[in-house]
Design a protein around this ligand. Structure first.
Ligand SMILES: [Fe+2]
Ligand SMILES: [Fe+2]
Length: 170
């Protein structure tokens, strides 16, 4: 095995976090469908797919490194929201938490002198800049327009203008 047992365990936990975030984004998409905001719905369905892809990157890396994939129990996502601001705030908190988790994995790769994992994790470090930045911008837009102006947020998203200046993830 090319990675330590501790790194393998921590990456298995991260698979759970990425799948958990994916489920939370499906739940947020369902909320936006309920309240008649289809562009925001589709935006969160897309984010949910991306989080699933992140989980699968960890699965494939562990397998390539000769480790063991052990997917933990995934907590149920928050099912309902009272406002778009509440839903997007939760999404931003998820992105900030995941950023800390990726940094903790990076710290382990450094302390273990595990250059293979370090190289793999660099993609996630860059991805989190884009994800936190774009979710933060979405929250600011939702706060600026208020609940009655969310159609403007929909129009802006539909125009295809990126929410972040960073390069989109792979
Ligand atoms: Fe992710
Ligand atoms: Fe993310």
């Amino acid at each position: 095995m090319l990675i330590s047992k501790a790194m393998n365990d921590q990456m298995n936990e991260q698979i759970g976090h990425e799948f958990g975030e994916s489920l939370q984004y499906v739940s947020i998409a369902a909320y936006f469908d309920d309240v008649g905001l289809p562009v925001l719905r589709d935006h969160f369905f897309k984010q949910a797919d991306e989080e699933r892809a992140h989980a699968m990157k960890f699965v494939r890396f562990i397998l390539d490194a000769g480790g063991n994939v052990r997917i933990p129990a995934i907590p149920a996502p928050k099912p309902t929201f009272t406002s778009a601001e509440e839903a997007v705030t939760l999404a931003l908190e998820w992105e900030q938490t995941v950023t800390k988790q990726i940094n903790a994995l990076m710290n382990r790769s450094g302390s273990e002198k595990d250059y293979l994992s370090h190289d793999f994790l660099e993609w996630f470090v860059r991805e989190q800049l884009e994800e936190v930045s774009s979710m933060d911008m979405l929250l600011k837009m939702v706060q600026r327009t208020g609940e009655s102006g969310l159609m403007l947020v929909e129009s802006a998203l539909a125009s295809g203008r990126g929410l972040s200046l960073g390069a989109p993830g792979e």
